[in-house]
Design a protein around this ligand. Structure first.
Ligand SMILES: Nc1ncnc2c1ncn2[C@@H]1O[C@H](COP(=O)(O)OP(=O)(O)OP(=O)(O)O)[C@@H](O)[C@H]1O
Ligand SMILES: [Mg+2]
Length: 234
């Protein structure tokens, strides 16, 4: 079901209980969160409070144990795995703390990779990848391998890869966790620019208050629920 919605992401009373043997780990415990289209949101909270679990579920990488998940107006709760990955491919880009680039591929090949999975032609892939690299200011480094780039540059390549399919939503799990303060600033400014220029909804999980400060809104999690929220830029 597709409905018009001002929200990019709606999570309603979401529970996620991991079961390992006979033990249950309730990672999300009735979490409700709405993210507006075009919003830039940060999520903070202690280790184990459910931040990564929240991103996995909002990104349709994982299903909740119960509760409703609506992405870009699509109620994904009843979708098959194939339909779920279609929603994911079309709407969502991911950025991780550890960049997750493939070392034997060049920057442009890394960025083009998600399009290969989608069956886009070689020429179109390269063109789209070069455009995405331009967006992050790294078109000059297209032929370099990840090991020939700084950490900040590697993360910019990873952001280009996340953006190459024009997703409406960008989900970033501690994207500056491995970077120094200068590169942290560069990455956050870049994400802000993408948010403002392309209208991409951005959700950033972070432990860094300076990163959170640059976002429109900060949501704090505790024990798998929203503990508090602050609007920073209306
Ligand atoms: N695959 C899993 N199996 C079992 N328990 C899990 C699994 N993934 C997460 N958990 C548990 O769920 C809870 C929330 O984990 P999550 O990774 O979402 O926390 P987090 O807020 O991202 O923490 P951090 O800041 O350390 O990254 C933790 O108690 C964790 O141990
Ligand atoms: Mg985490």
């Amino acid at each position: 079901m597709e409905t018009n919605s001002q929200y990019a992401i709606i999570l309603e009373d979401v529970w996620k209980v991991y079961r390992v043997g006979k033990t249950s780990y309730p990672a999300l415990q009735g979490l409700t969160l709405r993210v507006e289209r075009g919003e830039m949101l940060s999520v903070m909270g202690p280790s184990g409070s459910g931040k990564s679990t929240l991103l996995h579920i909002a990104g349709t990488l994982d299903r909740p144990t119960s509760g409703r998940v609506i992405i870009e107006g699509i109620d994904v709760s009843g979708l098959s795995d194939a339909e779920l990955s279609e929603v994911r491919n079309k709407h969502i880009g991911f950025v991780f703390q550890s960049f997750n680039l493939i070392n034997r591929l060049s920057a442009v090949e890394n960025v083009a990779l998600p399009l290969a999975v989608r069956g886009v032609s070689y020429e179109e892939r390269v063109e789209a990848a070069l455009n995405a690299l331009k967006l992050v200011g790294l078109d000059g480094a297209a032929g370099k391998r990840p090991t020939e780039l700084s950490g900040g540059e590697q993360q910019r390549v990873a952001i280009a890869r996340a953006l190459v399919g024009n997703p409406r939503i960008l989900l970033a799990d501690e994207p500056t966790g491995n970077l120094d303060s200068k590169n942290t600033e560069i990455i956050v400014s870049l994400l802000r620019e993408i948010n403002e220029r392309l209208g991409t909804t951005v959700v950033i999980v972070t432990h860094n208050p300076e990163v959170a400060e640059k976002c429109d809104r900060l949501v704090r999690l505790r024990d798998g629920r929203v503990e508090s929220e602050v609007v920073l830029h209306a």
